[in-house]
Design a protein around this ligand. Structure first.
Ligand code: ZN
Length: 184
């Protein structure tokens, strides 16, 4: 396995529409190796999610965390060629961070309740309903696959801040490893 270099904001790979992966190729070596290397990279940089374009590979694949099971254990999903359907009109807002936009936090509001359909790492199609924080992480990663960054969705730029200042002045606790301190 390898730790991959993370593309930083300004690199064009973060701004392109990513290619779909042929579902029949998901179980082949190239895709499986990319998933393994992305997992190692995400763990190394303490991300809650990671999209393939962030490691200079513009295909529709991402790792998405943020969910926990009944015992509080983290669930990590692999999503390939995802499609999101918004359920209802409730919004969920939080300070987001991104490994491709290091050092910054910005307040973004997104739909709170979504349905995702995607292929998993075995090439099986699945559907998943998410609400709140896990729904935010999912939408953040799916945005990456469309060439979008969370900063594009900030409507109030007074709520964009450097991490240190955010920790001092904004109502978000970045000192702990909680949800709002996470980057993806
Ligand atoms: Zn990101």
């Amino acid at each position: 396995m390898s730790i991959l270099k993370i593309a930083q904001m300004g690199h064009p790979v973060l701004r392109q529409q990513c290619e779909k992966i042929n579902p029949e190729e998901i179980t082949e070596f190239a895709v499986q190796q990319l998933i393994r290397n992305m997992l190692e990279t995400m763990i190394e940089y303490n991300g809650v999610g990671l999209a393939a374009p962030q490691v200079h590979n513009p295909v529709q694949l991402a790792l998405v965390g943020g969910e926990t099971d009944e015992e509080g254990k983290q669930i990590l999903r692999v999503i390939i060629n995802p499609e999101i359907t918004v359920i209802g009109d409730e919004k969920f807002g939080m300070y987001e961070g991104c490994l491709s936009v290091p050092g910054l936090r910005g307040y973004v509001e997104r739909p709170s309740h979504i349905l995702v359909s995607a292929y998993d790492e075995k090439g099986d199609k699945y559907e998943l309903e998410l609400e709140g924080f896990p729904a935010v992480v999912m939408q953040h990663e799916c945005d990456h696959l469309q060439g979008k960054l969370y900063i594009d969705r900030i409507t109030d730029t007074t709520k964009l801040a450097f991490e240190d200042e955010a920790a001092r002045f904004l109502p978000v606790d970045l000192t702990t490893d909680d949800e709002e301190g996470a980057s993806d």
